[in-house]
Design a protein around this ligand. Structure first.
Ligand code: GLN
Length: 489
């Protein structure tokens, strides 16, 4: 059973109050956060107030599925009155002055925000280790990275600190940490969810996505946050996905993407093979497709993402807001340079420099224009592949996990591991990461499903049916206690 539905029914039937549920999870956060470092801000005061409001809504009968539900948001999402640091020294003291559209929706339903989650600085990274506030740990195995950049959200959900969380995904930051922590993560179709109040990394690629313990919870959360919003011109909204989940999947066509299998490690290959068997038992046919231009996807992504980041991050000058250096500056130029030099970490500075370089006169055509051509070609090839199949199957990452503390030494090697995830962002397609039944180092290896634009529901439905074959890892202990044995479908 969905955790969200179960907790809702507990509150609706007065078995537990929103205040009790909030205290229960706040205690989890307080106890576990020193170990996992998954939250930058613990919003205990506001959470208690929201829990009280939720209780009143139950009294008055004006509740929804999300009333009283304890959630976490990545720290690049704005919530009025709370810090939004992007895990950067640059924004360490920044307090948001308005709410992100996604939080507006959840808040208007009476959800309870337990806190803001740790991440790679400005969402740039794959291990949640570039954070100014220290690295996040994987709750399933502390010698492993939780993935990134939404590693705090993934670790918190997998560790049972909250029921679900939101992350952001520019090149895989929802899906890859979901895979490394053994939960479900979805990067919605570009435009399904409003980016209003999401601190930008690369605006043409950024999407906010749900991170949850099962496909149904991810669908429920997506359905609540997807909307057309006049404040984000690229937003279109999305139809409801949750009602689709239990519809039969027999007859669907899945295709493995050949180029995404190149370089896959043994556990990842096994996870794909096992998934194929499970798809067959569900009556789904599996073939193979080739998308040759994928070989250039990671390079194109890093050019486009860095180009956009160099422009988006130019607003942090330390004058209007952002870190301001203590040391005196002789000129305005020096003042801004000092603020940015001290405020940004090494990886962020590297990307700003790369982005400025690929956009500069003389290099623009050589790099940026070419990357945009690869992007168009990739979208065309992926859409063509999706004529032959309803869903594309691939690894999330060639490796099942990363060892903790090792990824920062060789940034380019880590960039290359984003090959499978960046394709969905470059082409705007929805993509989901779900645990396979193959276990490595004590946690399941994630696999990725991709579909046509706005077919997010197809992904969640397939993930739901895969779960019925036994791929879903056990819920964390703190959640299991509340499920009272009602974990089955
Ligand atoms: N790992 C990718 C990067 O570092 C993806 C990040 C993201 O999706 N925010 O750019």
């Amino acid at each position: 059973m969905s955790v969200i539905r179960r907790l809702h029914s507990l509150m609706q039937n007065r078995k537990i109050s929103p205040q009790e549920l909030t205290e229960y999870f706040l205690k989890m956060v307080q106890e576990e956060n020193p170990r996992l470092n998954s939250c930058i801000t613990i919003a205990d005061k506001t959470a208690r107030k929201q829990a009280e409001e939720a209780a009143q809504r139950f009294e008055q009968g004006s509740y929804t599925l999300f009333t009283g539900l304890p959630v976490l948001l990545k720290d690049n999402l704005c919530v009025q009155g709370l810090p939004a640091t992007c895990a950067s020294r640059m924004l360490a003291d920044f307090v948001a002055v308005y709410d992100a559209a996604v939080w507006e929706q959840l808040y208007s339903d009476g959800a309870v925000l337990l806190g803001k989650t740790n991440m790679d600085e400005f969402a740039m990274g794959s291990s949640s280790e570039t954070s100014f506030f220290g690295p996040v740990r994987n709750p399933r195995n502390e010698t492993l990275s939780p993935g990134g950049s939404s590693g705090g959200s993934a670790a918190a959900v997998a560790g049972g600190l909250a029921v679900c969380a939101l992350g952001s995904d520019t090149g895989g930051s929802v899906r890859q940490p979901a895979a490394f922590c053994g939960i479900t993560g979805l990067k919605p179709t570009y435009g399904a969810v409003s980016r209003w109040g999401l601190i930008a990394y690369a605006s043409s690629l950024d999407q906010i996505g749900p991170m949850a313990l099962c496909a149904e919870d991810a669908a429920l959360l997506l359905d609540r946050i997807s909307a057309k919003d006049s404040r984000d011109d690229t937003s279109r909204g999305l139809g409801q996905t949750a009602p689709l989940l239990r519809e039969p999947v027999t007859g669907k066509r899945v295709a493995i993407v050949r180029e995404m299998m190149e370089g896959a490690s043994l556990p990842v290959q096994k996870a794909i093979e096992d998934t194929v068997q499970r798809l067959h038992t569900l009556g789904i046919s599996v073939t193979e497709v080739s998308v040759p231009v994928l070989r250039y996807a990671a390079s194109a992504y890093y050019i486009i993402a860095c180009a956009e980041a160099s422009s988006n991050l130019s607003r942090y000058d330390g004058l209007r807001y952002g870190h301001r250096s203590e040391s005196p500056a002789a000129s305005f130029h020096e003042f801004v340079c000092r603020n940015r030099q001290e405020g940004f970490g090494e990886e962020v500075r590297r990307r700003i420099l790369m982005g400025t370089y690929v956009l500069s006169a003389g290099h623009h055509e050589q790099y940026y224009q070419k990357a945009r051509k690869v992007q168009s070609l990739l979208r065309r090839e992926l859409l063509a592949a999706l004529e032959q199949a309803d869903i594309l199957l691939s690894p999330v990452c060639p490796a099942p996990d990363f060892p903790a503390g090792k990824t920062l030494a060789d940034p380019v090697a880590v960039y290359q591991t984003d090959l499978c995830t960046v394709a969905a962002n470059l082409s705007g397609l929805p993509a989901l990461s779900t645990p396979s039944a193959i276990w490595e180092n004590g946690h399941p290896v994630g696999i990725q499903l991709m579909a046509r634009p706005f077919a997010d529901g197809n992904l969640l439905q397939t993930a739901y049916w895969l779960e019925t074959t036994g791929t879903r890892p056990p819920y964390p202990e703190s959640v299991r206690v509340l499920m009272d044995g009602k974990e089955e479908f």
